[in-house]
Design a protein around this ligand. Structure first.
Ligand code: BDR
Ligand code: CA
Length: 334
């Protein structure tokens, strides 16, 4: 059984990841920790509660986290990818192009009405201490909360089973700059601080997430066969698929489709042998022209004497059995 915490900015593909984790019998979801990113922290936290409500998991804990990056100024939220409400404009009361009313108003009648009394970083530390060596952190938003947890508890790397990060890219072009992926660009200092620490870290970045596409046929299958969970994924993905079709990686595809990004990090927890990893010291560029870029010391590792001897080896996913992961995701949810 994998005890996991999902650190998230829900988020259309975050919703897919949460649904996947909840549906799999080998995962125990200890909680969601929320972070700014795709939307602001109020919406991120509210969406986390709402998604758990719809998925029938209102007893899963939600801890609110960071509203801004650890060092740099915040970037604009990705409403053009995830909708003004972060959920493809399907949050109750949302209108296309316009965010819904205030978080407080909309959560008043919710089943998942409570937020943890501790913040995201303390929630992570609390769980890691309660279940030493058992908790896997699955980070699918900017890395601010996890870095803050590590800052407060320097023993965190030895208290957890592992850290799986959806973020970064090595060979694949970036999705917010030629070299940068959104989660790393949103808080490069936090991401870099985590890669400096010695813990079992795996990066599930665009090198693999852009290989695992969900077409409208796949998403429709969920809508028709996976109850409320499937409908939430179908409905919330309409705006996201449009973004991919009009401007993103799927512009020339035969059928409308989107990347499953964050759900691939959950897949790594469940079927790691579907991924091929390269190991090496890694850094995230904190500023300048290449801000947010993941730099991986591949050659150094192959030479046995790493170029970056001050960096522990990080596992970076560079190839994936796409069909296998996609089917595992779909069948788990159905
Ligand atoms: C990542 O950025 C966000 O927009 C997605 O939710 C995902 O976590 C992909 O680059
Ligand atoms: Ca995300």
């Amino acid at each position: 059984m994998h005890k996991i915490i999902i650190d998230t900015d829900p988020g259309v593909d975050d919703t897919m990841a949460i649904a996947y984790a909840l549906a799999h019998p080998d995962i125990e979801l200890l909680g969601l920790t929320t972070v700014f990113g795709n939307i602001n922290i109020d919406y991120s936290t509210r969406n986390g509660q709402y998604v758990l409500d719809v998925l029938g998991a209102e007893t899963v804990a939600v801890a609110r986290g960071a509203s801004i990056p650890s060092v740099q100024s915040p970037l604009p939220h990705a409403d053009f990818v995830h909708g003004a409400d972060g959920l493809g404009n399907v949050y109750p009361g949302s209108e296309p192009g316009k965010a819904a009313a205030t978080a407080a108003t909309l959560r008043a009648d919710a089943r998942h009405a409570t937020i943890e009394p501790v913040d995201a970083a303390d929630f992570i530390i609390q769980c890691a201490r309660q279940f030493p060596g058992e908790v896997t952190l699955v980070a699918i938003g900017p890395l601010t909360n996890v870095a803050e947890a590590y800052r407060r508890e320097p023993a965190l790397p030895s208290l957890v089973a592992g850290l799986v990060i959806m973020g970064g890219t090595v060979d694949e072009p970036g999705n917010v700059s030629p070299v940068s992926e959104a989660n790393f660009l949103n808080d490069p200092h936090a991401a870099d601080a985590l890669l400096a620490a010695d813990w079992p870290t795996t990066i599930v970045g665009l090198d693999v997430t852009h290989r695992i596409m969900l077409t409208d046929s796949h998403l429709k299958q969920l809508d028709e066969q996976a109850g409320e969970t499937g409908s939430l994924i179908w409905n919330s993905s309409r705006f996201y698929v449009d973004f991919y079709t009009q401007s993103g990686a799927a512009k020339d595809a035969e059928e409308p489709q989107c990347a499953m990004h964050d759900a691939a990090a959950v897949a790594y927890v469940l079927i790691p042998d579907a991924f091929t990893v390269v190991r090496g010291g890694a850094r995230v560029i904190p500023d300048g022209m290449a801000i947010g870029q993941l730099a991986l010391d591949r050659k150094g590792y192959a030479y046995a004497v790493p170029h970056w001897q001050d960096r522990p080896a990080t596992s970076v996913c560079m190839a994936v059995e796409s069909d296998r992961v996609r089917e595992h995701f779909l069948q788990t949810i159905i």
